[in-house]
Design a protein around this ligand. Sequence first.
Ligand SMILES: O=C(O)CCC(=O)C(=O)O
Length: 268
Amino acid sequence: MTSWKRELPFYIAKFHHLRQRKIEASLTNHPELLRILQRDGVLVVEDFLSRAEVQAIVDEIYLRTDLMTSRSSPNIVKRNARYLLLNPEKELQSVSVFFQSELVNGLARAYLSQRAALERPAVQLKVDIDQGSIVDFFHIDEWRSLISAFLFLTDVGPQQAPMIYLKGSHKQSVWRLEKEKEFFMYYERLQNGQYGTEESPYCGCYLPTEARRLRERYGFDELVCTGKAGTLLIFDNLGLHRASILRESYRLILSGYWMLPKTGSAGS
Ligand SMILES: O=C(O)CCC(=O)C(=O)O
């Protein structure tokens, strides 16, 4: 089959997706935050929760799950040097202050579509010191628009595996089309959170040399996303970002994707 015939479904899907996506500032009470997200693709909100509110969530995680001890529950998966406790809202009432927050959900609706919905809510623990993974390479997570939000439950300094984001790299541009196509054609994720094919972990990843060239060519500034416990981080997963290696202590966060409904699975 000629390559354009193989690739046509991607272009059709992309076209339909772009028609569904609609930025609508009236859907958020925080238009100033929406402007930053649109400009940079990444947004850090300090003191989103107080120390006491964070502590209530951490206490409940310790009390009701084995994430911090044996990590043997069936709903805990290890992926890319992190342990994910999936769908925590069933066991942990306190996490709804984040997953149901007006600020995050309103911004997601304003940035993506009125129909944007939360997918793959999780508690994430990074605890294995010096352990690297494929997402330490700059990558994009999808071929369609989505955002992630992280709530820091521990202080995240330079040694606690802060995510690194290239500001401005989320904007639609021809340089990204090849990777988006690769995602569309080869990425698969199973219901249990594991990758569906051997190829899936590599989809969307850039070699360090490629990322450096893109950065130089387009002048993207790097943001190292550190912050105190209680900080909220929101980012557009189409922007170039990468994980960094845990060097000390541990990193505990809540995370979720907000996507257009029934659009399937996001990367990493
Ligand atoms: O956990 C992190 O710091 C980054 C994770 C990442 O690369 C992703 O969510 O796509």
